[in-house]
Write a protein that binds this ligand. Sequence first.
Ligand SMILES: Nc1ncnc2c1ncn2[C@@H]1O[C@H](COP(=O)(O)OP(=O)(O)O)[C@@H](O)[C@H]1O
Ligand SMILES: [Mg+2]
Length: 273
Amino acid sequence: MAPSAKVLAVVNQKGGVGKTTTSVSMAASLAELGLTVLLVDFDPQGNASSGLGLRASSGDPSVYDMLLEAIDPAEVVVPTTQPGLDLVRATIDLAGAEVELVSAFSREHKLRRALDALRPSYDVIVIDCPPSLGLLTVNAMTAADGVIVPIQCEYFALEGLGALRRNVDLIREQLNPQLEMTGFVLTMLDARTRLSQQVVDEVRAHFGDRVFKARIPRTVRLAEAPGFGQPITQFDPSSRGAMAYRRLAQEVVERLDTRVAQQQMSDGQGAVA
Ligand SMILES: Nc1ncnc2c1ncn2[C@@H]1O[C@H](COP(=O)(O)OP(=O)(O)O)[C@@H](O)[C@H]1O
Ligand SMILES: [Mg+2]
């Protein structure tokens, strides 16, 4: 039987909360675990692409061509420096799709259709969403099995999450019945501050065991890695940021019931360090 990827959309309509950092670092960590992973850059800013040293320019083959069904999806996939991790790049052209798709037939299903052709080749597909709940994010959640929400540990961390959850519910009711809330991940945590601890407590009170145990610390190495075009797992493999994202990847595997989790279960093996 051909493997069929689990698709995860990394969503939060706020900018700067760690969506791209989480998408890239988690995807690389999942690949390290032995999964075959495709990262889809779905933000017109293309930060995931440039963060992996693979920036594309307007007109280059990208997720935009996939959406408009102008290209064979396999032609848009490029390998990355991380073995097991491939990328579909985004360019600024994607900004136009939000408008161009408005009158298209079945406009919410464009990404899902395009990914159907790629799903058999991967264990996991991670979609890095733009900072809005517009048509691009709707496409991502319609294509997804699960949603991962990074939450930055700062004042007003919970603001906007009600709207996000209502959107997830709407998409489940109307477009994609199997969509799950996979989990919330706390990012940019500064363990020394009371504020961070307050946010952790507040998020836990709201979302309970949907909050991943792995918490991502605020560290300069995570902020530096994209400038070197490498995921943190390669840029600084033993850093606190890399370790935290590996723990997150392990939890994600356990929640997703993927090939590796099944293998670990049958090997009687526990979590990786
Ligand atoms: N854990 C972290 N520690 C330090 N800097 C971080 C961390 N996570 C993200 N950043 C930095 O914060 C900024 C916003 O993160 P990013 O992942 O791009 O957010 P988003 O995709 O939600 O806009 C980036 O400059 C990124 O390098
Ligand atoms: Mg981003």
